[in-house]
Design a protein around this ligand. Structure first.
Ligand SMILES: [Zn+2]
Length: 463
């Protein structure tokens, strides 16, 4: 029989072996080294208020229904009922934030008439409401990062223009994220521009976001990132995980041409769309700042066979991802408010966890602020392929806008979901890595003097 003291000794040895094994695992399989937090961004995150978010979601629910087909006439606006009244309130809220920052936000609407379609029985005016925090630096202000949520709602019947459709989670929560990010970030200055958007028409077929994304494309916006928040209420069902938010990102880009797809297939680039780089960026932000919620990357355009507004931006070739709570409760979305055989249906206020929405808003704000403070990504990133060699030479052009102080090369195993290594290469725009491009995936990103990182760019081959 084993003596007690001997047993303790063996337990200690085993514990030591285990801790070394775990440390090794942490070094090999784990994502890239930590990026230091910006104290100003960290301070801004503390300004995000669950109480204000709760007030905004309650206000949005108070309009009764926000169905895109619901009332927009002057009487309904005055009575505070229907989507028209919701739109006017969102606009007034953005204007109030702007007043608080000395007019720093430009509050705008994007209105258009949608002709009849399957879920729009007659021609309907749809209005997107947004606020622009213009970048403080001439060249970089042309770069745009954007956060959005849809303010329209629905109940069991997508054509029921008058019945109650509280839409507290779907998607007053996402609208509240956009509003709260605007309120807090408008107190700061960033070299790049941030757009705080709320769209309508999502439930009728992504109509509002489609119009807005097309406008951005037609006007040649340099739109680097779109964060779509849809169903971020943290429904209080028993199986909910309130410590996690899902980030959905497309693999092969929706907007890829046949030629792009041939290159992606040939190089194993299926997991390196701009949207996926954005998702990885959010994962890194989640490690740098304590938002109170951890991003869980889902490598899929959206939930199984379902869609959302980020897709409208993907269709125009922009990097766009979707934030959604860990576990949806389908009794609480797209349902008339009612109780049947003891089950409560409907997207009501009481199922929303306002602290959770605030956590998601913090993750969004940290991402928007990090990107808007960062340099533009390096341009024309190439990997040289003239010679067959086991080293890899990367070249790029300086990030436009002059904010980049240095560059970092990132790499990961082809089978790894996230960047695993980062190596600073100074201000050079060319470097040779003692690693074979056959075995890893590379990217290059720009870093400013304060340590803000741009989105990474995966090189294309130069023959
Ligand atoms: Zn939705």
């Amino acid at each position: 029989m084993l003596h007690f003291r001997e047993l303790m000794r063996w337990t200690a040895v085993l514990a030591a072996v285990l801790s070394i094994a775990m440390a090794c695992a942490a070094q090999s399989g784990k994502p890239e080294p930590k990026v230091a937090a910006d104290p100003q961004i960290a301070a801004a995150l503390r300004e995000i208020s669950a109480q204000r978010i709760q007030g905004n979601i309650e206000k949005l629910v108070s309009f009764g229904t926000r169905l895109t087909l619901s009332a927009q006439d002057p009487e309904s606006l005055a009575a505070g009922h229907g989507i028209g009244a919701a739109r006017e309130w969102i606009k007034s809220e953005f204007e109030r934030y702007s007043k608080e920052c000395g007019g720093c936000l430009e509050v705008k609407t994007d209105s258009f008439t949608e002709q009849p379609t399957e879920r729009i029985p007659k021609a309907t005016e749809i209005t997107n409401v947004y606020a622009v925090l213009k970048g403080s630096e001439a060249v970089n202000s042309k770069r745009v990062v954007l956060v959005t949520g849809h303010y329209d709602s629905r109940n069991s019947d997508t054509l029921d223009a008058s019945g109650d459709a509280p839409g507290a989670n779907d998607d007053a929560s996402g609208t509240a994220v956009s509003l709260e990010c605007a309120r807090v970030l408008s107190k700061m200055k960033f070299p790049a521009t941030i757009v705080f958007l709320t769209v309508a028409g999502e439930e009728q077929g992504l109509n509002g976001s489609r119009h807005f994304a097309k406008m951005a494309k037609d006007q040649g916006w340099d739109l680097e990132a779109v964060l779509n928040n849809d169903i971020v209420g943290g429904d209080k069902s028993a199986e909910q995980d309130h410590s996690v938010v899902r980030i959905f990102s497309e693999g092969v880009p929706t907007a890829a041409t046949e030629q792009d797809i041939r290159r992606i297939r040939g190089l194993g680039g299926e997991s390196d769309s701009g949207s996926r780089q954005l998702a990885r960026y959010i994962a890194e932000v989640g490690r740098t700042y304590d938002a109170g919620v951890k991003p869980m990357l889902v490598f899929r355009l959206d939930r199984y066979l379902r869609g959302g507004d980020h897709y409208s931006f993907n269709q125009q070739g922009f990097a766009a991802v979707r934030f959604t709570e860990f576990r949806e409760d389908f009794h609480h979305q797209h349902q008339n408010v009612r109780t049947e055989t003891g089950v409560e249906y409907g997207d009501s206020l009481k199922f929303v966890d306002f602290d959770y929405v605030a956590h998601v808003a913090r993750l969004n704000a940290a991402t928007l602020a990090s990107l808007a403070a960062a340099p533009a990504p390096p341009a024309n990133v190439h990997v040289l392929t003239k010679e067959l060699e086991n080293d890899s030479t990367l070249t790029w052009e300086a990030a436009p806008g002059g904010l980049a102080a240095e560059y970092e090369v990132l790499w990961r195993a082809t089978s790894s979901p996230e960047w695993e290594h980062a190596q600073g290469v100074g201000s050079a725009t060319r470097t040779t890595m003692k690693l074979s491009k056959d075995n890893v995936i590379f990217a290059v990103r720009a870093v400013d003097r304060a340590g803000h990182r741009s989105l990474p760019v995966v090189p294309v081959p130069e023959r």
